[in-house]
Design a binder for this molecule. Structure first.
Ligand SMILES: *Cc1c(COP(=O)(O)O)cnc(C)c1O
Length: 398
């Protein structure tokens, strides 16, 4: 294997992150405490939302969001399939059923409002939207449908910290917004997540459920605010710790600047890849609404092109690429559980999608290597596509 010269993603971590971790170690309080509270307060004020509650990861943020909304057995939740599997898994954890809705199309890889409306049944209780790549979904339409049918909206905003639409932060349009701080996200702490809401009642439920349904935290007891505790409902250990929140604070302070750098790189990719040498490649989200957080840079290869060959040539050239995403309904577990689902626009875009490297510390030199290698890879993938033996990519993808 050749050495990787441009990885798909790289952290923007430096001395500030190291200092933040050391300062927590020196304070000798590791679980949720003052640093967690500060991270929550600053995250909430950055987004302009009343409550931000830090949790172990983005998946449990989604789980708690659905539980707080009272979703459970015999309910249905409408979700996209072109997303990370966690979006749908969280629904199944509550014993509700998922109903997959197709995307708008190759130009916009987000959930289609018309599709959402067509999947509503008397059992539907909520809609989960996912802002693919940090590009805002059609929230005005989605919220209008939700109001008309009395449904809750949860935003999977794992890609979208710092993204806005009509001046309003993504994650604050629906009842609850869920963020992930997994190591490859725009704001990275390794593992970690945040749930945001303007509703006091939902915030209280989540606050209790993230720590066993207990009425106080060890921190409160340590500070003498509480003597004992009661358990008022079924809860979980979905807590986060001070070290991760300290990292989160530093990363939050860098977020706007890093998103701006991602945006600059994305524009440069768009400019170069619209050249005639790249004819046939489509770049989604050319017409964006709002401000994107540019989490990833997806391209769609020309129809009939061999994606495996494209990615292999990139790899040989030292460029790491990825696929976002194998659609959830095509995974073995989901096919067995929900057979016969067809989402033509999701399937067509997902078959052609390749994600190019994008991260704030990536230089224009790195970007240049990516696009030069992509030119060769496209030629190779077009040749490969003529070979009927390798032309068809079957589900599941891997
Ligand atoms: C990363 C991600 C999640 C899950 O977050 P974790 O913190 O890894 O649990 C959920 N949805 C999407 C779209 C993601 O990208």
């Amino acid at each position: 294997m050749n050495e990787i010269k441009v990885p798909l993603f790289d952290l923007d971590y430096g001395e500030e992150e190291e200092e933040a971790v050391l300062s927590v170690l020196r304070r000798r309080w590791l679980s949720m405490g003052e640093v967690t509270q500060q991270f929550e307060t600053e995250f909430a004020s950055t987004l302009g939302v009343r409550h931000a509650l830090a949790v172990s990861n983005g998946t449990v943020a989604l789980h708690l969001a659905l539980l707080a909304l009272g979703i459970g057995v015999r309910d249905e939740v409408i979700v996209p399939a072109l997303t990370f599997v966690a979006t749908a898994n969280a629904v199944l954890y509550t014993n509700a059923e998922v109903r997959f809705a197709d995307i708008v199309g190759a130009e916009e890889l987000n959930i289609s409002p018309e599709e959402v409306e067509s999947k509503i049944t008397p059992r539907t209780k909520a809609i989960i939207v996912m802002h693919y790549g940090g590009y805002p979904c059609r929230m005005s339409e989605i919220m209008e449908i939700a109001r008309r049918y009395g449904l809750a909206v949860v935003e999977d905003a794992a890609h979208a910290p710092g993204a806005t639409l009509e001046g309003r932060s993504m994650g604050t349009w629906g009842e609850i917004g869920c963020f992930s701080f997994f190591s490859n996200k725009n704001l990275a702490t390794g593992e970690g997540g945040m749930l945001v809401t303007d509703r006091d009642d939902l915030a209280e439920k989540v606050r209790s459920m993230r720590s066993h349904g207990m009425t106080s935290l060890s921190w409160d007891r340590h500070k003498g605010h509480a003597f004992s505790y009661d358990v008022t409902g079924l809860g979980y250990n979905y807590r986060i710790d001070e070290i991760r929140c300290a990292l989160g604070l530093v990363q939050l302070h860098k977020l706007a600047q890093n998103n701006a750098r991602r945006s600059e790189l994305s524009s440069e990719y768009r400019r170069i890849l619209s050249g005639k040498e790249y004819n046939g490649i489509e770049i989604p989200f050319g017409q964006t609404r709002g401000e994107t957080s540019c989490h990833i840079f997806p391209i769609l290869l020309p129809e009939g092109c061999d994606r495996r060959s494209f990615m292999e040539t990139m790899r040989q050239g030292g460029v790491q690429t990825s696929i976002h995403y194998p659609p959830i309904h095509t995974f073995t577990y989901y096919r067995d559980r929900f057979p016969g689902i067809s989402l033509p626009r999701t399937e067509s875009a997902a078959r052609r999608e390749v994600t190019l490297p994008l991260y704030p510390t990536m230089g224009f030199g790195g970007l240049d290597l990516v696009v030069q290698t992509a030119r060769q890879a496209l030629i190779a993938a077009r040749k490969e596509a003529l070979n009927p033996e390798t032309q068809v990519e079957r589900y599941p993808f891997i």
